[in-house]
Ligand binder design. Structure first.
Ligand SMILES: O=C(O)CCC(=O)C(=O)O
Ligand SMILES: [Fe+2]
Length: 294
């Protein structure tokens, strides 16, 4: 696996950082957040989680929550969408000028923090326990979701705030540098979406300490490698903030569940999921061909 030298963030992006991102499609900043902020965020997320469980909610703005059993035998939430909807603290946190500064990575596109769009502020919580439903995530890009929603792929960035230490050997984020510049066919077919968990000899991994930030272009291929550890030592929490472009498309409590989410929760047998995804890829391709021929 390949290594890289991370950057440090000082009030705005440098020409070097902009150039690195344009070429490779990702960036890694060490210590973007101080540890007090990381602790505050973790406490706040726990409050939101307790609230959602108490209210027996299974979706936020149409996006299903993913549940599992924690190391203490209690139910917990392994993926929360639109987390800032239930927290003033998280809402204010997203308004920070530092996040506005990152929009510059979209170049000439007009961008904004997608607090109320796509899946909003997402909290991912990976854990290896017998009751965990979320230990890894197969190869994918974040872009085809646009196609399934019937629109063109628009430029977008995913900003990851890492809340636990995760050295490379503990698994975590893996990506294929430069794949944000591939054509549409490679974007759709380079690997089997979400089914393929195999390491790639060109993949890049990260030595993450809590408070680090990563950013990737929505078109870049990436995955999450399962931790070789069990229980508490395998815990990995990451918040994702989307930076989006194009027409403003906010969601609310009346929003419908997108097809790719309902299929995911209806079918959990791998072969049937693979079949459904192949059909989705075909539908997406037809969609692309229709759009490119317009
Ligand atoms: O957990 C991560 O670092 C990546 C998650 C991801 O790629 C996704 O939720 O789309
Ligand atoms: Fe992703």
């Amino acid at each position: 696996m390949q290594h890289h030298t991370p950057f440090y963030y000082h009030n705005g992006l440098t020409p070097d950082q902009l150039q690195f991102f344009e070429k490779n499609g990702y960036l890694h900043f060490k210590s973007f957040l101080p540890s007090e902020t990381v602790h505050e965020l973790i406490r706040e997320i726990e409050k939101v989680e307790a609230f959602l469980i108490r209210n027996q909610q299974d979706k936020v703005n149409g996006i299903p929550l993913k549940f599992g059993i924690n190391t203490n035998g209690q139910k917990f939430i392994q993926r929360i969408a639109f987390a800032s909807r239930y927290s003033d603290m998280l809402h204010h946190f997203l308004q920070h000028e530092r996040f506005q500064q990152l929009i510059a990575l979209l170049g000439h596109h007009e961008g904004r923090i997608g607090e109320f769009e796509k899946d909003g502020l997402v909290v991912n919580h990976y854990l290896n326990t017998p009751g965990s439903e979320y230990k890894q995530l197969g190869w994918h890009t974040d872009s085809p979701r646009d196609l399934f929603l019937g629109s063109r792929i628009k430029p977008m960035l995913n900003v990851g705030l890492h809340l636990d230490d995760c050295p490379i050997q503990n698994g975590g984020l893996r990506l294929l540098s430069g794949t944000h510049k591939q054509g549409m066919l490679r974007l759709l077919f380079r690997k089997k979406y979400f089914i393929d968990n195999k390491p790639d000899r060109n993949e890049i991994g990260f030595d993450i300490t809590a408070g680090d930030l990563t950013i990737h272009d929505g078109r870049l291929w990436h995955r999450v490698q399962q931790s070789p550890l069990q229980g508490e030592a395998s815990r990995r929490r990451v918040m994702y903030i989307p930076i989006v472009t194009g027409a403003y498309q906010p969601k609310n409590h009346l929003s419908r569940t997108p097809l790719y989410h309902s299929i995911g929760s209806l079918l959990n047998r791998k072969s049937r999921l693979a079949y459904a995804l192949t059909n989705q890829q075909q539908a997406a391709t037809t969609n692309v061909l229709k759009q490119t021929s317009k």
